[in-house]
Design a protein around this ligand. Structure first.
Ligand code: FAD
Ligand code: NAP
Length: 541
């Protein structure tokens, strides 16, 4: 393995110990750890800068919904002490500045090749190395390939007839122009009311002349109650940051909330007590609402009481009763990811905002002048697609990844993504997926999950080097048992009860499999156990 000094002086080189794809939070930390192991490493990144999600998603209102003091790295105490967050939930510009700060602080850029898309990754069985081709030419080879390509990095652009006819501008929230978009004096249409749409809509309503929201499924949203982060509050956390982080990693989603989980059943209390609990958490803001009762994620009847409470709030907040009814979700609360909002429902009281329900009559076509649905044309100057992502698998499957015997990842995953621990795939030796399907990833504070994966991979590579192993590969048995486990855990909950992107249901034709694993602490225990038992479930050569 090359030393770091060699790595930094060999940018044109073509043989690496490890190639990392992606320079978001996963790729940045993986690079840092790889260097610490003395690996000669190269990162390839499509974007012109670091930050991943926060580099691409620059739409108005983009911010995290895990609180800033938690949505950040913990691997370096000095880093977490020196960085100051300004709000309870940081906005995209601040998170992007943080990612840039990390890249500068640890001199990461010198090993990152920006504006370079990895197109193919093929395993050569003779040399037991991967060959990596990019859109810049100059193929490189590496012993290890680490996919830090993100769970929400392939935008979902629906195939609506007439897209190319539209005379105005079309934007997707996940690929927002860097210079921003001027909506002044414009008639704007937003398609999609998930987390991105719900964050963007209130601001686009303020910035535009008229906004039409096209809603296919009404969504539950809880007030974020965002506010400036007090210096005292920040200092209190910093005074015990390692303990705070350790405690948070013991929660199922790897983050703590401002009010503790109420373990009582929602069905064991009377209506007044139930409403008092929901009201207190609604006021506190954030995901605390989903901890109102212990069985909201487990029991559909309990869950329905939370849904009814939110519908009551929507009817209070939205003045026009017909619009309020259209905004009332009738799905299981939290089964699609719960949204946090800032003035979302109130936005529909504005005179320049209309809601079009497309739940029964989808958009027929896009015309030169706007959007046609239900026999009417809505005249628009700009259309914003807040239509989400081909989550968890889209970015990986967009590459030509071939393992042993030329097996493509597309073939391997034709019946849904199979992995062991979300980290390894049989037939694809020495290829790791950070936050891969089958790991807690998107159901957690993702920076915590990313760090756990990166540490596990780095420790694994180090152990292999010490023991003289050249390859590590998940076994088919381990994969099959793991996929079964992931689905069995989900089936104990309300999660499979709706058409969410967790199930791949947002992408026409995508196989329906529950992709992330619920429960961070038992997962970490399992990963540690696997490593302690000599990487059981993997074959090492
Ligand atoms: P990404 O940040 O997605 O980075 C992947 C990188 O890989 C991208 O830069 C991409 O360009 C690059 N890449 C992909 N394919 C290739 C290729 N073929 N060649 C080269 N480069 C490639 N999570 C939370 O925990 N809390 C939150 O509050 C939260 N808010 C979010 C808000 C939004 C709007 C979105 C979209 C997601 C949010 N997430 C949140 C999830 C977020 O994606 C993760 O928290 C985290 O930023 C993911 O980091 P990553 O490095 O794994 O992936
Ligand atoms: P999303 O949750 O998948 O929402 C997409 C929206 O577009 C849904 O309302 C969907 O309707 C609609 N849609 C999709 N295809 C459509 C079509 N053909 N016609 C009409 N409507 C269509 O995507 P997202 O809002 O970008 O969020 C994705 C994930 O990113 C979130 O769940 C979260 O994990 C993360 N995120 C987090 C934050 C945050 O607050 N920190 C912000 C943004 C994103 P249906 O529901 O009917 O499919």
């Amino acid at each position: 393995m090359a030393d770091h000094a060699a790595a930094t002086s060999t940018l044109p080189s073509s043989n690496f110990d490890a190639v990392i794809v992606g320079a978001g939070f996963a790729g940045l930390y993986m690079l840092h750890r790889s260097r610490g192991l003395g690996l000669k490493v190269r990162v390839f990144e499509v974007g012109a800068g670091v930050g991943g999600t926060w580099y691409w998603n620059r739409y108005p209102g983009a911010r995290c919904d895990v609180e800033s003091m938690q949505y950040s790295y913990q691997f370096d105490e000095a880093l977490q002490q020196e960085w100051e967050w300004s709000e309870r939930y940081s906005g995209q510009p601040e998170i992007l500045s943080y990612a840039n700060h990390v890249a500068d602080r640890f001199n990461l850029r010198e090993d990152i090749q920006f504006e370079t898309r990895v197109e193919s990754v093929h395993f050569d069985e003779e040399t037991e190395r991967w060959s990596i081709c990019t859109d810049r030419g100059n193929p490189v080879s590496a012993q290890f390939v680490i996919m830090a390509t993100g769970c929400l990095s392939s935008t979902n652009m629906p195939d609506i007839p007439g897209m190319d006819l539209f005379a105005g501008d079309i934007h997707h929230t996940g690929q927002w122009p860097h210079g921003g978009v001027n909506f002044d004096g414009k008639r704007v249409g937003v398609i999609g009311t998930g987390s991105s749409g719900i964050q963007a809509i209130p601001l686009i309503a303020e910035q535009s002349e008229h906004l039409t929201v096209f809603q296919r499924t009404a969504q539950y949203a809880i007030p974020a109650a965002n506010r400036p982060l007090g210096a005292d509050e920040q200092a209190d956390v910093k005074a015990k940051y390692p303990e705070f982080r350790a405690e948070n990693s013991l929660y199922p989603n790897a983050f703590s909330l401002r009010m503790p989980l109420n373990e009582t059943s929602a069905l064991d209390v009377d209506d007044d007590e139930r409403d008092r609990e929901y009201e207190a958490r609604w006021r506190e803001g954030g995901f605390t609402f989903s901890w109102s009762f212990g069985d909201l994620g487990l029991d559909l009847d309990a869950n329905a009481t939370a849904g009814e409470f939110v519908r009551g709030k929507i009817r209070e907040l939205v003045r026009d009763p017909e619009t309020a009814e259209k905004l009332c979700p009738d799905t299981v609360l939290g089964c699609k990811r719960l949204c946090l909002d800032t003035g979302y429902f109130e936005t529909f009281n504005r005179p320049n905002v209309d809601l079009v329900d497309i739940s029964k009559q989808e958009i027929d076509r896009i015309t030169t002048n706007g959007i046609e649905t239900g026999g009417r044309e809505y005249k628009l100057d700009a259309i914003v697609f807040a239509t989400g992502f081909d989550a968890m698998t889209g970015t990986l499957l967009a590459m030509d990844i071939r393992g042993r015997d030329g097996l493509t990842l597309q073939e391997k995953w034709s019946a849904g993504p199979g992995t062991y621990l979300g980290l390894g795939i049989p037939g694809f030796p020495n290829l790791f997926t950070i936050s891969g399907p089958g790991s807690p990833s998107v159901l957690t504070n993702m920076i915590v999950s990313i760090e756990q994966h990166v540490d596990w991979i780095a420790d694994c590579i180090s152990a292999m080097s010490k023991r003289g192993h050249r390859t590590i590969e998940a076994t088919l048995d381990a994969e099959e048992n793991w996929v079964e486990h992931v689905n069995a855990v989900a089936n104990e909950t309300v999660y499979p009860a709706c058409n969410s992107w967790y199930l791949g249901a947002n992408i026409p034709g995508k196989t329906r499999v529950f992709m992330p694993l619920l429960g961070f602490p038992p997962y970490v225990e399992k990963c540690d156990e696997v490593a302690a038992n000599g990487y059981e479930g993997f074959t090492l050569t």
